[in-house]
Each structure stands twice: as structure tokens, then as C-alpha cells.
Ligand binder design. Structure first.
Ligand code: ADP
Length: 243
């Protein structure tokens, strides 16, 4: 494996008397595109929430680029270079597509960076919009975008923050076949120069765009491997694919 970028060790998350994550050890190397699958309730979103500082683990540690991240707030996690999308894209509906990306870029900027940007010296917006295929809609209000385009705008907002690690939560949920294909291609492009973790249910999509897969079940890592290895695993068929 390449140099570890993200290392989770013994992560447990307990909500009341329910154990959502029960001792997760997970290492993702720099430059990897890792898919995270598992049935509903397996703990996938909770795991993403732990990495991004949204949920504090009951025990265990998160290290990113060799530094301990556990118990840092969400804002500091973004500053450290980790960005995420949500199952339902969170965009500012009243703002234009370009202004959404511009605003997102400012989340990770230092005060000096913000000052420079005010003077018009920084402009990743056009390049990022071009990358996700939304350049022609830069001046449209985000609230008018289709579901698929909102998802791409959210990915653009993430890229504008220049993260080292992107966490995408079900990026193709609710998309039509064309949008899925476009998203798969976009993912492949993004993964060429970023580390990416994708939570995804869609097996057709996985077969086409995934290589390395981690399967979660009842808050534990059930198995890890290539799509083919994981699909051939009877335990995975039992808990996930056979349903
Ligand atoms: P997945 O994303 O794999 O479907 P989740 O991480 O969303 O699974 O949820 C794992 C389990 O933890 C589910 O049973 C869910 O109901 C429970 N859970 C998630 N968040 C909370 C919370 N804030 N309080 C109580 N239970 C929660």
C-alpha cells in the first residue's frame, strides 16, 4: 500500500445503548480510491462523521497525514485538508453556481488568502466549474439546478477547498444513467490527484468504477478487497449482495 493518509484505529461510537461503530480499524493510503459499502445501518455515515469531526468517537483514534485528528472540530478538519459531501447536496440556493464555489473556497482560506481574494488575485472557481461540467451554468441560481447538477456543484465546492482527502456520501443516489456515468468519470478524474473515499450502494456503479472496497456490517469491518474478491465472499453475499 502507498503511504497511509488516513488511519482509524479502534473506533467505537456508542449512541445511548446502541453501538453504531464497534472497533473500526481502517487505513486508506495516499492516492487511493476506496469504496465503502454495507447494508443500511452498517455505520458508513457514522464513520464519515467521525473522520470529519461531526461525531466524536466514544473511543479510538483518527490520524491524518501522520497527525492525530481525534476530537478536532469540523472546521479544523476542513483546514487539515478533509472535505465531504452529503447524501442530499448542501448548496446555497439563492446564490449563483459560481458564488457557491467562491464561498466554499473561502472556508479553507487563511485571512491573508481572503484578503488576496478580495483583491481578485485568486480564482479557482472557473477551473473547478469546468472540471465538473458546470461552467456554462456559472451565473445560474443554484436552486434552479437539477438533482444531478446539485451533486456536481457540491463536488465543485469541495474541490475549491483543495482537500487532500474527499469523502463522498452516495454521490450517484437518485441520478439517472447518464448522470451516473458522468459522475463515475468525474470520480476517476478526481481520484487521479486526490485520495477519495466513496460511500455507495449501487453495485453496477461499483463494478464499473471501483477497485478497492471495504465492507461494513453492524459497525465492524466485515472484509476488504477488490470488488471481485468482495463480491465472491459468501459472508458479503449473505449480509449485503444476497438481499
Ligand atoms: P449507514 O450509513 O451504513 O446506513 P449509519 O451510520 O447512518 O449507517 O447508522 C448506523 C446506525 O447508527 C443506525 O442504526 C442508526 O440508526 C444509528 N445512528 C446513527 N446516528 C445516530 C444518532 N445520532 N443517535 C442514535 N443512533 C444513531
Amino acid at each position: 500500500m502507498s503511504t497511509p493518509l488516513l488511519e482509524l484505529s479502534g473506533i467505537r461510537v456508542v449512541f445511548g445503548d446502541f453501538t453504531a461503530l464497534d472497533g473500526i480499524d481502517l487505513t486508506v493510503g495516499e492516492g487511493e480510491l476506496r469504496f465503502l459499502i454495507g447494508p443500511n445501518g452498517a455505520g458508513k455515515t457514522t464513520l464519515i462523521d467521525v473522520v470529519t469531526g461531526r461525531t466524536r468517537p466514544t473511543s479510538g483514534t483518527v490520524a491524518f497525514a501522520g497527525r492525530r485528528l481525534t476530537r478536532r472540530g469540523e472546521h479544523r478538519v476542513v483546514r487539515a485538508g478533509i472535505g465531504r459531501t452529503f447524501q442530499t447536496a448542501v448548496v446555497f440556493e439563492e446564490l449563483t453556481v459560481a458564488d457557491n464555489v467562491d464561498l466554499a473556497a473561502s472556508f479553507r482560506m487563511s485571512p491573508i488568502g481572503l484578503l488576496r481574494r478580495r483583491r481578485g488575485l485568486s480564482g479557482p472557481v472557473a477551473a473547478v466549474l469546468d472540471r465538473v461540467g458546470l461552467a456554462a451554468l456559472a451565473d445560474h441560481r443554484a436552486g434552479t439546478l437539477s438533482h444531478g447538477r446539485r451533486q456536481w456543484l457540491e463536488i465543485a465546492m469541495l474541490l475549491a477547498q483543495d482537500p487532500r482527502l474527499l469523502l463522498l456520501d452516495e454521490p450517484v443516489a437518485g441520478m439517472n444513467a447518464d448522470e451516473r456515468q458522468r459522475t463515475g468519470e468525474l470520480l476517476t478524474e478526481i481520484a487521479a490527484d486526490h485520495t477519495v473515499i466513496v460511500v455507495e450502494h449501487d453495485m453496477d456503479f461499483l463494478r464499473r468504477y471501483a477497485r478497492d472496497v471495504t465492507v461494513l456490517h453492524e459497525g465492524r469491518v466485515l472484509t476488504e478487497g477488490t470488488v471481485a474478491e468482495v463480491q465472491a465472499d459468501p459472508r458479503v453475499q449473505e449480509v449485503y449482495l444476497g438481499r
